[in-house]
Design a protein around this ligand. Structure first.
Ligand SMILES: Cc1cc2nc3c(=O)[nH]c(=O)nc-3n(C[C@H](O)[C@H](O)[C@H](O)COP(=O)(O)O)c2cc1C
Length: 249
């Protein structure tokens, strides 16, 4: 593998980050990492000797609009890449096609595409995923993609254009219990700066991504409402059958 591997991901709760990191392992060496949940990343230009792995979660069958906007700082020059989405065992709909179209328009050449299952943000769906079986498959896929001859055709990716409506955050707003120590981890970690300095005021920018809930060291951030619990129970029952990852070369 001659090219330098670079990971570019938006991953509020970590499924996508862990998935693209597993893929990078197939190349060996330390990948460069660009975390799009952190605002203010500089403009980046990649060349022919780079290899980029793009990773995004699926929000309503699309790429999160907030993440899509952050790709505008990134350009390739016939740079080979993989496009990867992770989704919560419902469906990825048009998200993988959308990500592929986006990066192609920015100068990248798609060598492979993957739709991988991760724990859903809401309810108790596939809570242990991505798991070791997923990572083994991810690595095998990446190794095959890295080995593809330069002139091999691009993969055919499922999805339809015009894309379905989606890409917005959810409507649940995290609550903050009296146990909050105001440590500020949630404030600093919020991908869209939706949490006020008091750790509890939430603005309309909130994506309902649950990063604050998962990262709170004292479990003060929560979604403990009747409305959420009912939705989560229904959703958990509906999506209980394990789906397998899909890879396109
Ligand atoms: C607002 C929102 C919308 C989502 N929409 C979908 C969806 O359409 N299909 C699906 O299977 N999972 C959906 N999910 C679940 C995420 O795609 C899944 O948990 C993903 O792996 C999260 O990635 P991350 O851990 O890198 O943030 C949604 C999650 C959120 C927060």
């Amino acid at each position: 593998m001659a090219e330098k591997i670079n990971l570019i991901y938006f991953s509020p709760t970590g499924n996508t980050k862990r998935t693209v990191e597993a893929m990078a392992e197939a190349a060996g060496g330390e990948p460069g990492e660009m975390d799009l949940t952190v605002l203010g990343e500089a403009r980046r230009r990649f060349g022919k000797d780079d290899f980029v792995i793009f990773g995004m979660p699926v929000y309503g069958g699309r790429i999160p609009a907030a993440a899509k906007q952050r790709l505008e700082n990134i350009e390739g020059e016939n740079t080979p890449c993989l496009v990867v989405v992770t989704y919560g065992n419902r469906d990825y709909d048009d998200a993988l096609l959308e990500l592929s179209d986006l990066v192609k328009a920015r100068g990248f050449v798609v060598k492979g595409a993957a739709a991988a299952v991760g724990r859903h943000t809401y309810g108790e769906i596939q809570v242990t995923r991505p798991d070791e079986t997923d990572f083994t498959q991810d690595k095998a896929f990446a190794a095959a993609a890295f080995a593809k001859p330069q002139d091999a055709p691009e993969p055919t990716i499922p999805g339809a254009f015009p894309y379905r409506k989606g890409g917005q955050g959810g409507s649940f707003r995290p609550l903050t219990s009296s146990g909050c120590t105001k440590c500020g981890i949630c404030v600093r970690g919020c991908p869209v700066h939706a949490i006020g300095a008091d750790c509890s005021t939430i603005s309309d920018a909130c994506l309902s991504c649950f990063r604050c809930i998962r990262s709170c060291p004292v479990q003060a951030k929560n979604m403990d409402t009747k409305e959420y619990r009912e939705f989560a129970d229904m959703f958990t029952k509906k999506l209980c059958v394990r789906k397998e990852n899909q890879y396109f070369l």
